[in-house]
Design a protein around this ligand. Structure first.
Ligand code: CA
Length: 236
């Protein structure tokens, strides 16, 4: 039998944490909990979890800070849980590298389908990376070189640090150079399950990539957007 996937719940409201833990344990997951930010971060950084459920408002360290610090070291899928329907929270979470986002109250059914989808996507990506070993290719766009074997991006020889999704999106556009993609198409192709995200996720991710790769992100030349048609990387 396959080893149970491990999930870390970082949530200071014990009753919420217990309800989530109880329900996802019943689905066969191995669950650990942390009730404050510092403990949560330390546990997450152990690298033994397949997914982290992360509350935003926490004692000692908030969820955004934890998210940022996890991403400096690990690509473990992170789902942010927040009590507020705040657009800014959502954008901030995704900016800091969270994979998904849920507003409380949510149904356990919805939570578990997102857990499943995020874990599946992550293991799929790891597998793909493994299969690409020794069979790498590079894609060149102007001064930028994407090395798909080593999953790295360089501009004028200098390494550019991208989050997983930023890299995926850049790669997708680079592989389909010249073609224009509306946001919903990009959500479907890059994130894999369009219905769960809102279209601004794409804009936020493009903005972040531009800040990292463009000389002038307000006047981009790598990733362009044709109004009502979509994003694209122009051909030489
Ligand atoms: Ca809280």
């Amino acid at each position: 039998m396959e080893k149970a996937k491990k999930i870390l719940i970082v949530e200071d409201e014990k009753d919420i944490s217990e309800i989530i833990a109880y329900n996802i344990r019943r689905q066969g997951y191995d669950v650990d909990t942390a009730y404050d930010g510092e403990t949560g971060l330390n546990k997450a950084l152990s690298g033994e979890f397949d997914l982290v459920l992360l509350d935003v408002m926490l004692p000692k360290m908030d969820g955004f800070e934890i998210c940022k610090r996890i991403r400096e070291k690990l690509q473990t899928p992170i789902i942010i849980l927040t009590a507020r329907e705040e657009e800014n929270d959502k954008i901030m979470g995704l900016d800091l590298g969270a994979d998904d986002y849920m507003t409380k109250p949510f149904s356990i059914g919805e939570l578990s389908s997102r857990i499943k989808a995020n874990i599946r996507r992550y293991s799929g990506e790891l597998k793909k990376l493994g299969e690409n070993d020794g069979d790498g290719t590079t894609i060149k766009i102007g001064d930028i070189i994407i090395d798909t074997e080593n999953v790295s991006v360089r501009k004028n020889g200098k390494e550019i640090s991208l989050s997983k999704k930023e890299y995926d999106l850049l790669c997708f556009l680079a592989k389909n150079r010249g073609s224009k993609f509306p946001q919903d198409k990009l959500l479907e192709s890059v994130w894999g399950f369009g219905g769960y995200y809102d279209l601004r996720t794409v804009d936020v991710t493009v903005r972040r990539i531009r800040q990292k790769i463009e000389d002038d992100s307000s006047n981009p030349k790598y990733i362009l957007n044709m109004r009502s048609v979509g994003y694209y990387i122009p051909e030489d």
